[in-house]
Design a binder for this molecule. Structure first.
Ligand code: ATP
Length: 255
């Protein structure tokens, strides 16, 4: 469990996280959403204990925490096998657990390669494998699937679902609407360091008016339409939902 009580962070004169409170229960995935620079990574780093809040308090029910930053932290001189071995030796991890992670993330045919020789997807899979060696209770992920190939994405998302089933508490920074709908139980929406919304995806859509994109047969034009206004169109050939991020981006652009 993760609890934030009125947490704020200041860098020099700038408050980049302002008075944030929320809690994440065991077995919950909380999506952290917002534009670039709105304080998402700063929140993860404060929960991970890498940086300290300027104000407020963070309570965790376990100190078994894994933080997976957006860019994998690997030792360039070591092979994949040596990287895992090194991190496992610091944490006293069994050979059985190492083999399990290598197998899960399908890394066995790449053991002798150095990080530079691995694709972005394989580097991220290795980073996840290392992070999960300690069997953490709290997992903090910063856009783990951003820019990855489909196979790596699937492996990582399935593993997150499994962690959730095993009652781990997960904070998940994402820019991906589909992932928000598929794996997040709740979302924390930030704007310039301020909490705009915290609650379930369903509650978000109850609170904010829902729009969809429709394509009309007549001119094949795509229009943004309120759900309750759909009945006014007779020639719709395609409907696409508007995701949370897209929705928030649209609102900001309209201002
Ligand atoms: N060490 C630092 N010193 C000074 N300012 C910082 C530092 N780290 C982050 N910032 C600033 O704090 C703000 C929030 O940064 P943060 O990385 O938390 O945003 P983010 O929402 O994760 O952005 P992105 O989506 O681009 O990763 C930004 O304006 C950033 O420039």
């Amino acid at each position: 469990m993760i609890e934030l009580f009125s947490v704020s962070k200041r860098y020099k004169k700038d408050w980049v996280v302002k008075d944030i409170s929320f809690s994440a229960l065991d077995g919950e995935v909380i999506g952290i959403i917002g534009r670039n620079g709105c304080g998402k990574s700063t929140i993860l780093k404060m929960v991970a204990g890498i940086i300290k809040p300027t104000k407020g308090k963070i309570k965790l029910n376990s100190n078994l925490i894994s933080y997976i930053p957006e860019k994998p932290v690997l030792i360039p001189e070591l092979t994949l096998e040596e990287n895992i071995g090194y991190f496992a030796s610091i944490r006293n991890v069994s050979k059985e657990k190492i083999d399990k992670e290598i197998e899960y993330f399908q890394l066995s045919s790449h053991l002798k390669k150095r990080p530079m020789e691995l694709s972005k997807g394989l580097q991220q899979r290795l980073s996840m494998a290392i992070a999960l060696l300690i069997d953490p209770d709290i997992v903090l992920l910063d856009e783990p699937t951003s820019g990855l190939d489909a196979e790596s994405k699937k492996l990582i998302l399935n593993r997150i679902k499994e962690l959730k089933m095993n009652k781990k508490t997960i904070l998940y920074v994402t820019h991906d609407d589909e992932e928000i709908e598929n794996i997040c139980d709740k979302v924390l929406i930030l704007n310039k360091g301020v909490k705009v919304f915290f609650g379930s995806v369903e509650d978000f859509w109850m609170k904010y008016e829902r729009f969809v994109y429709v394509t009309l047969a007549k001119d094949k034009a795509t229009k943004l339409v309120r759900i309750e206004d759909l009945k006014n169109f007779e020639d719709i050939v395609h409907i696409r939902s508007v995701g949370i991020r897209e929705y928030l981006g649209g609102l900001e652009n309209e201002k």
